[in-house]
Write a protein that binds this ligand. Structure first.
Ligand code: NAP
Ligand code: ZN
Length: 339
C-alpha cells in the first residue's frame, strides 16, 4: 500500500509499504480521509520529536476492514475515528487521570504509523464509531475538534460569557464555534486574513478585529473598544509571541486565559506578573485531548459544527509531502488527504 513516510527529519516521501496486520486488540482501518495539520510540518522540520521511518497522519477516519481476535464491538464495515494519543495507563499522571500528560505517550502518526496511508492500525481502545451517514471528510475533524473541546473545558466558559479568540486557523475557527455552543454571548476573533474574519462571522463569531489595523488590546478592551475592560475568557490559538502577549491584557479582572497555540520550545514572551496578581487572572494551558474524543465524534455527527467551509482543498496521498513541505497558502484553512 501507499504511505506518506517521514524517514528522517526533512525527508518525507510516498513509499510502497506492506499492508499492516492487526494484532489481537487492533482494528485494520481503510483510511477514507486524513487531515494535514501544523504538527505534521513541525514533525517534518524536527521541531517536535518523532520516531524515524513513521507514517504521518493523526487526524484520520475510515472503515474497519479487519478486526483482531480480541476486538469487541466493532464490525467490519463500520466507520471509525481514532484518538491518536495512546497513554500508558501506568505512570503517575495516568493514574491521576491526567492521561494527556502521560510520560510514555505514544501517538499514532508521530511514534507509530498513522493515517496518511491507505490503511492504518487503530487499537480498539482508541477507536470511536461514527454513524454511517457521517461524511468521512467530517470524521477527519474529530481529532482537532477534540483538542479544541478540551480547551473549552479548561476555559470553563459560562453561558453569557464574553470570549476573545486569537488566531483564525482551523483551531481558532473551531474554538469560535465551540465557544458559541458553550453559551458565550460574545465571541470576538482576531486574525490577520480578511477571508477568515468573514468566515468566522458567518459561522458564529459575533465580532472580528484586524490585528494589523490597530492595537488589538485597544480595539477590544480599550475604553472605546468592543468589550471595555476586557473579556471573561481569552483563548490563544495562534501560537505566536504577539498574541500570547496580548492575551493577559485582553482578559478582564478575574478573567481566564487559555493557551492552546504551540510556541517553539524555548521561546519567551514578556508578561507582567503584577497584572496577573492584581487582576487575579487564571492563565492555563490546554494540551491535546483527554477524554473528549467520543464527544467530539458525537458533535461532528450531530452536524452542530460547520466543517465543509473549513476544508479548502482535498488532495491525494501523492501530493501530501509537498503540502506538508510548504507553508500554508494564503486563505488555506484545512487540507484533507483522500487516499
Ligand atoms: P494555523 O493555521 O497556523 O493557525 C494559526 C493562525 O493564527 C494563523 O493561520 C494566522 O492566521 C493567525 N495568526 C498568526 N499571527 C497572528 C497575529 N499576530 N494575530 C492574530 N492571528 C494571528 O494553525 P492551527 O492548525 O489553527 O493551530 C493553531 C495553533 O494551535 C498552532 O500553534 C497549533 O500547533 C496549536 N495546536 C494546539 C493543540 C493543543 O492540543 N493545544 C492542538 C492542535 C493545534 P492569519 O493569517 O489570518 O492571521
Ligand atoms: Zn501514562
Amino acid at each position: 500500500m501507499k504511505a506518506v513516510r517521514l524517514e528522517s527529519i526533512g525527508n518525507l516521501f510516498v513509499r510502497e509499504v506492506p499492508k499492516p496486520t492487526p494484532g489481537p486488540d487492533d482494528l485494520l482501518v481503510r483510511v477514507e480521509a486524513c487531515g494535514i495539520c501544523g504538527t505534521d510540518r513541525h514533525l517534518l522540520h524536527g521541531e517536535f520529536p518523532s520516531t524515524p521511518n513513521t507514517t504521518l497522519g493523526h487526524e484520520f477516519c475510515g472503515i474497519v476492514e479487519a478486526r483482531g481476535s480480541a476486538v469487541q464491538g466493532f464490525e467490519v464495515g463500520a466507520r471509525i475515528t481514532g484518538d491518536p494519543n495512546i497513554a500508558c495507563g501506568r505512570c503517575p499522571q495516568c493514574q491521576d487521570g491526567r492521561v494527556n500528560l502521560c510520560r510514555n505517550l505514544q501517538a499514532i502518526g508521530i511514534h507509530r504509523d498513522g493515517g496518511l496511508a491507505e490503511y492504518v492500525i487503530v487499537p480498539q481502545k482508541q477507536a470511536v464509531e461514527l454513524p454511517p451517514q457521517v461524511k468521512p471528510e467530517h470524521g477527519a475533524f474529530c481529532e482537532p475538534l477534540a483538542c479544541c473541546l478540551h480547551g473549552i473545558e479548561v476555559a470553563q466558559i459560562r453561558p453569557g460569557a464574553s470570549v476573545v479568540v486569537l488566531g483564525g486557523g482551523v483551531i481558532g475557527l473551531l474554538v469560535v464555534q465551540l465557544a458559541r455552543l458553550a453559551g458565550a454571548a460574545r465571541v470576538i476573533l482576531s486574525t490577520r486574513q480578511q477571508s477568515r474574519r468573514q468566515l468566522a462571522l458567518e459561522i458564529g463569531a459575533t465580532d472580528s478585529v484586524d490585528p494589523t489595523a490597530a492595537d488589538v488590546v485597544e480595539q477590544v478592551a480599550g475604553p472605546e473598544g468592543l468589550a471595555p475592560g476586557g473579556v471573561d475568557v481569552v483563548i490563544e490559538c495562534a501560537g505566536v509571541a504577539e498574541t500570547v502577549q496580548q492575551s493577559t491584557r485582553l482578559a478582564k479582572a478575574g478573567g481566564t486565559v487559555v493557551i492552546l497555540g504551540v510556541m517553539p520550545q524555548g521561546a519567551k514572551v514578556e508578561i507582567e506578573p503584577f497584572d496577573i496578581l492584581f487582576r487575579e487572572l487564571r492563565v492555563l494551558g490546554s494540551f491535546i485531548n483527554p477524554f473528549v474524543h467520543r464527544r467530539a465524534a458525537l458533535l461532528v455527527a450531530s452536524g452542530a459544527i460547520e466543517l465543509d467551509r473549513l476544508v479548502t482543498r482535498q488532495v491525494g496521498l501523492d501530493e501530501a509531502p509537498s503540502v506538508i513541505g510548504a507553508p500554508p497558502a494564503p486563505g488555506e484553512v484545512k487540507v484533507l488527504v483522500v487516499p
